[in-house]
Ligand binder design. Sequence first.
Ligand code: SF4
Ligand code: SF4
Length: 385
Amino acid sequence: MTAPAPFALLAELTHRCPLACPYCSNPLELDRKADELATADWIRVFEQAAALGILQLHLSGGEPAARHDLVELVAAAAQLGLYTNLITSGIGLDKARLSELAQAGLDHVQLSVQDVGAANADRIAGLRGSHQRKRDFAAWVIDAGLPLTVNAVLHRGNIASMSALVDEVIAMGAGRVELAHAQYYGWAARNREALMPDLADALAAREQLPALRERTARDITIDYVPPDHFARYPKPCMNGWGRQSLNVTPRGLVLPCHAAQSIPGLSFWSVREHALDEIWHGSPAFAAFRGTDWMVEPCRSCDRREIDFGGCRCQAMALTGDARNTDPVCVLSPFHDRVEQLTTAPRHDSYVMRGRPPRTPDRTLSPPERDDADDVEAQRPAPAR
Ligand code: SF4
Ligand code: SF4
């Protein structure tokens, strides 16, 4: 089928990152610094994106600040008229560099925060001092006149703090907060039992949301991404595969979604060999689940097939062994009992931190900046424990 133009591109500039979040959805096998696209490659991709009709460019990672050419990349994207959103941990950017980014034309900053208090936030991030740095960074963003959104991944270890977290984000000066329950892709799948909240806690969070929104309406907009394992129907993953957006990995592979490499048998084309337009319209990986023709029952004849597109292909793959199946989150899926098994499984509070030992909370960030984001070897996955 012919695809309309996408409107958003997620540029995963690097997998290097100074943090070690247990909910990290980046793949187990990270791209190495030596394999990352060069500055000229990324600028070519941005030019092709603008020509393809893309409007929004999300600069992500890992930690995009680990790229020494970040200012140059933002300037190039801004000159092409792309709306640039920097998705950052706030670690590795000082006030002067943030100011350079603003002058280069950066439009928006999205800062991740792990929890409301420094002790637990640093424990989750795997880096002591990181929460205070994020507070400082938020103040620099506001000083630079840039709009700020804070993103917090919700899970068993912080869900009770949701209301206080929103208050802290307001104090940081953000205009929007995204409260998104953890997704169990990549590294996060290793920590499912430590991350997934109990049903009662997930319901309590959802129930307090209307009052929380009402109380804070004058200060902030709250976006809430519910935990799909407790839902009746799945989320419309990526708003439909190959329908609105694409991801480019640090080494240049173009994916229909962040976790698509977990589906065996898909062939991902690279921006090193193909133009973005050619990939969007011709790559077999994008064609594989675009539209509804690929669907099997019960999705194929379901009234909701153009609403949720059968849910998430990666989740169907992970839980049923076949990416074409209905997302088992759906109550109509013949595999729905597998989700019920996960939501009732025993929980624990012990994380496997992203990266390898010694990526533990004992690591300390020394002001003004100690950033091991260039330490590629530190990004290698830890062995399963
Ligand atoms: S470790 Fe944390 S900050 Fe780094 S990429 Fe993963 S989720 Fe993002
Ligand atoms: S059967 Fe498929 S299309 Fe219907 S609600 Fe479930 S996931 Fe969505």
